[in-house]
Design a protein around this ligand. Structure first.
Ligand code: LLP
Length: 440
């Protein structure tokens, strides 16, 4: 198992993260438990910021809060001087409750409700990332009603899709997100926003995919965006102040993953922008990015307690833990792969191949297929690494399982940042009908 950040094996042969023995964390806070290495999150934030500082570009690094959105995380991001990408009233509310400066919040989403738009305007957020013509017109009208000028970016789809080691130049028009560049809708949206009295068009945005291990997809997308900006200048006199190239930077889930460093991505991005803008005599824009997974992904480890097992001779051995698809939906939803170790037997030789099952009533509730572990006993603590992104944020109450707690660990201290849900929490929104039949 790859040990990230401050993770190490201590003298007792136990896994330690942020100076805390995880078996102690499990005993104190219970399991399943999400443990975040705070120093590692902060160093990831700083790597992007330092890379941009070196480039000489004006920039904003907006953490994509969908990856892990809690008040503590918003606070940390604020302390690191970053901006924040939210995609719903709930994420916006979380950020505001944490005291996140509204002017550094960017509001995404392909179907913002009227209430969400008003909520964001009331809070005076930094900008809206407008996704479609309906939103463009609606926002224009609301801004007019409120007699406000609203800053916007337009999300455009440049026809590039990137996943892990491949990028595909798709020319695809079929996406629920954004204004298509190739069919002319992006240029039409730019014209509309640029001519609106109520909207202040800052520039354009694109997000080409997630868990990307190559810079090539970003380079191709940036070239298309800049061609679009050239047309926008030539045809409508629009000069972009901001270019937002989204998130998607890959992380290491398993030993064989080979993510690029923040510096490598940022250098490829800034070099391409500099070159392409110069070729067209366009002024350098402020550059924005939106990393989510690469800020929190490998800083998160989930601790489970091992319970039952089932051995099917000549087939496999299932080892079950006290969580599963309720706290990590990614294996079931995307066939995502993870590594694990028995946190209280880190020095024991891995002698058994087993598969880790969750406790939900669903055959697909498997966390890891075929992992080599030391012989597992009931009561052992299983640590699954790299669960920091889209684990807690996609957690759910299937089978009425209560959501786990979250702790941040740093220099030997652990701090509870999300309380464990109780059964009372789980039924707290249920109401018993007052109708007579149901009362008998
Ligand atoms: N910006 C925009 C506009 C996005 O749509 C996303 C992710 C990001 C930034 C952040 O991307 P990241 O750096 O985290 O890759 N639930 C899936 C991931 C969905 C990503 C959606 N958009 C998963 O667990 O893999």
């Amino acid at each position: 198992m790859y040990l990230h950040g401050t993770s190490r094996v201590n003298e007792k042969g136990n896994l330690e993260i942020g100076g805390c023995d995880v078996t102690q964390l499990a005993a104190t806070y219970g399991t399943p438990l999400y443990v975040y290495d705070e120093a590692l999150i902060r160093s990831k934030c700083r790597a992007y910021i330092d890379a941009f500082r070196q480039s000489g570009f004006a920039f904003q690094v907006a953490y994509a809060s969908k990856a892990f959105c809690t008040m503590a995380m918003c606070k940390l991001v604020e302390e690191e001087g970053m901006s924040l990408d939210v995609v719903s009233g709930g994420e916006l509310y979380t950020a505001l409750q944490a005291g996140f400066p509204a002017e550094r919040i960017h509001f995404h989403g392909n179907n913002k409700s009227i209430e969400e738009i008003h909520m964001a305007l009331d809070a005076k957020i930094g900008c809206f990332v407008v996704d479609n013509f309906y939103e463009l017109v609606t926002l224009d009208e609301i801004a007019q009603e409120r007699e406000e000028k609203v800053a916007v970016l337009l999300r455009v789809t440049p026809g590039v899709e990137a996943h892990t080691h491949e990028y595909i130049s798709t020319g695809q028009v079929d996406s629920k997100f954004g204004f298509d560049v190739q069919n002319g809708q992006a240029l039409e949206a730019i014209k509309y926003a640029h001519e609106s009295k109520q909207l202040h068009l800052l520039g354009v945005h694109s997000h080409i995919g997630s868990q990307i291990f190559e810079a090539e997809g970003f380079i191709v997308a940036i070239k298309r965006l800049i061609e679009l900006l050239e047309e926008a200048r030539d045809q409508h006199g629009f000069i972009s102040e901001v270019l937002n190239v989204g998130g998607g930077f890959g992380i290491r889930y398993v030993e064989s993953d080979t993510p690029l460093s923040a510096e490598t991505y940022i250098k490829a991005i800034t070099d391409t922008v500099r070159e392409e803008m110069a070729q067209r005599q366009l002024p350098l824009p402020e550059l924005w990015i939106e990393p989510g997974r690469s800020i929190v992904g490998d800083a998160g480890t989930t601790l489970y307690r091992i319970g039952s097992h089932k051995h099917i001779p000549n087939v496999r051995k299932y080892v079950a833990v006290d969580g599963g698809m309720t706290d990590n939906l990614r294996p079931a939803l995307y066939q995502a792969v993870y590594e694990a170790a028995i946190a209280n037997k880190m020095n024991a030789p891995a002698t058994e191949q087993v598969s880790i099952a969750g406790k939900c009533c669903e055959s697909g509730d498997m966390l890891i297929w075929d992992v080599m572990l030391p012989e597992a006993d009931a009561g052992d603590i299983l640590a699954v690494t790299s669960t920091g992104a889209y684990g807690y944020s996609m957690s759910n109450n299937y089978n009425r399982i209560a959501r786990p707690a979250v702790v941040f660990v740093k220099e030997g201290e652990a701090e509870l940042v999300v309380k464990r849900e109780t059964y009372q929490d789980v039924v707290s929104h249920d109401l018993l009908p007052k109708r007579a039949q149901l009362q008998r």
